[in-house]
Ligand binder design. Structure first.
Ligand SMILES: NC(=O)c1ccc[n+]([C@@H]2O[C@H](COP(=O)([O-])OP(=O)(O)OC[C@H]3O[C@@H](n4cnc5c(N)ncnc54)[C@H](OP(=O)(O)O)[C@@H]3O)[C@@H](O)[C@H]2O)c1
Length: 424
């Protein structure tokens, strides 16, 4: 009973087995502070819920980190999830991953389509196939979780088409994909709640102003991994806002208002592959430090599951469909952007035009390259075919000559034996 115990403490003091109260206070303060810090850094849990049965979701980056949690949660609620992956759908690891996801979510409607976001050609191939469908395919949600970064101290990498890879995957790929899918988004019936969810990162605040740069990727001289990542996310946010305006400006044939909403989401810093690569600088020594000091990463960074909460909120909160699009969600709440120039219409127009121009130039170049390669391949195949035919002819003639020679030799032998017989 606590009362006799309290009374005994009061009259006789603390029992000898009781720990030092100061030590107890210090320990409980330490545990309490850790628990409070962990609770604070984990962020808010998504309070919204929505049945997603029958809804079609296109998801990039669904194979890792926050995107993987998003894929799992959306599929668990019945959505048909189309994962846009760098690998072909036949890749054995991807096949296993999808099988696993189907089993865990009890949802067979999870597929993969190959879309390498570092290739404009790959994006065009998928997106044109999607929009070429008649009647237009159902599309309820696009979640653009894929992203890349170069760890600090890393080298600037260019894609095969010659674009700096951070800018390409984080911005230009999304610009290109949404640009081509725009007719499919606008063609959705009025009563369909269409959402385009674009994860961003608070590092956008450190991006150079678009007007200070040439709008397009940073020059080699100005490039650093951090600046490239920040600029790619800032450009993505400027574009996201402009894309909402582009959708809103569309006059639907039924003259009803636009039903598609672009939602920007800042998931917060999380312990994902990308963050780990950044912290460890992509080195083994860095990885060793990460493992040794993992407790700090655990304490200060969110789990991918907690980081996905704001994305899930953007996907499921019913209020989002009732307010204008182009908003930023953080910790499952509507927040203001830290930079006002995200809404700058002139910058957005410049960015849009420059990106269009860059894509046109790159696509022309890569089409020419592909045509040249195809021609070279055809010529090579033709040469190989001619050489093969030539070889076969030579072999045929040689075989014929050999047969004639053999025939003559046999005839000679016969004549020889005939003469011998006659002589006998
Ligand atoms: N983690 C954070 O702390 C944090 C903070 C703020 C914002 N965010 C944002 O949240 C989103 C998800 O981040 P994350 O950390 O979860 O990402 P992550 O674990 O690094 O995963 C990146 C995903 O992007 C895919 N990807 C990369 N390059 C691709 C390409 N060329 N083609 C197709 N797919 C490609 C990867 O596919 P593979 O599996 O094939 O590599 C992977 O699925 C990103 O937009 C990120 O900017 C993250």
């Amino acid at each position: 009973m606590p009362l006799p115990f309290i009374a005994s403490i009061f009259f006789d003091g603390l029992p000898p087995w009781f720990p030092d109260p100061w030590l107890l206070l210090k320990a409980s303060t330490a545990v309490g502070s850790v628990a409070l810090t962990k609770w604070y850094t984990s962020g808010r849990t998504n309070p919204a819920e929505r049945n997603l049965h029958g809804r079609v979701v296109l998801l990039t980056g669904g194979t890792s980190g926050i995107g993987a949690v998003t894929a799992y949660e959306l599929a668990s609620r019945g959505a048909q999830v189309v994962l846009l992956t760098r690998q072909p759908a036949s890749d054995p690891f991807l096949v296993d991953y999808i099988d696993d996801l189907r089993r865990k979510t009890n949802n067979q409607l999870i597929y993969a389509e190959q879309v390498d976001l570092s290739s404009l050609w790959s994006i065009r191939q998928f997106a044109t196939k999607w929009i070429d469908n008649a009647p237009p395919r159902r599309l309820d949600m696009i979640v653009l979780c894929a992203a890349t970064l170069t760890p600090p101290g890393g080298k600037r990498v260019e894609t095969e088409e010659g674009v700096e890879s951070t800018f390409m995957v984080n911005f230009l790929a999304n610009f290109h994909l949404l640009g081509i899918l725009s007719p499919a988004i606008r063609a959705q019936p009025f009563d369909r709640d269409v959402r385009i969810i674009i994860p961003t990162c608070s590092s956008y605040i450190a991006s150079p102003k678009l007007e200070d740069t040439t709008v397009l990727p940073l020059s080699k001289k100005d490039w650093t991994p951090g600046r490239a990542y920040a600029q790619s996310k800032f450009a993505l946010m400027v574009f996201a806002k402009a894309f909402q305006k582009h959708l809103d400006a569309y006059q639907r044939p039924d003259e009803l208002p636009m039903n598609a909403r672009v939602v920007l989401v800042d998931p917060g810093f999380a312990r994902t592959v990308g963050t780990r690569r950044w912290i460890t600088r992509g080195s083994l020594l860095g990885l060793l430090f990460y493992v040794v000091f993992y407790v700090f990463a655990w304490l200060l960074l969110k789990s991918p599951n907690m980081a996905a909460q704001s994305i899930l909120f953007a996907a499921m909160d019913s209020g989002i469909a009732r307010v204008p699009g182009g908003r930023l969600i953080k910790e499952c709440m509507d927040v203001d952007c830290a930079r006002k120039d995200v809404d700058d219409e002139k910058d957005a127009e410049k960015l849009w035009k420059a990106s269009d121009k860059l894509i046109e130039k790159l696509e022309k170049e890569s089409a020419l390259k592909r045509a040249r390669q195809k021609k070279m391949q055809e010529e090579k195949e033709k040469e190989e075919k001619n050489a093969k035919e030539e070889k076969e002819k030579v072999e045929e003639i040689e075989a014929l000559i050999n047969k004639i020679k053999e025939g003559k030799a046999k005839e000679g032998q016969k004549k020889g034996t005939g003469k011998k017989k006659a002589a006998k």
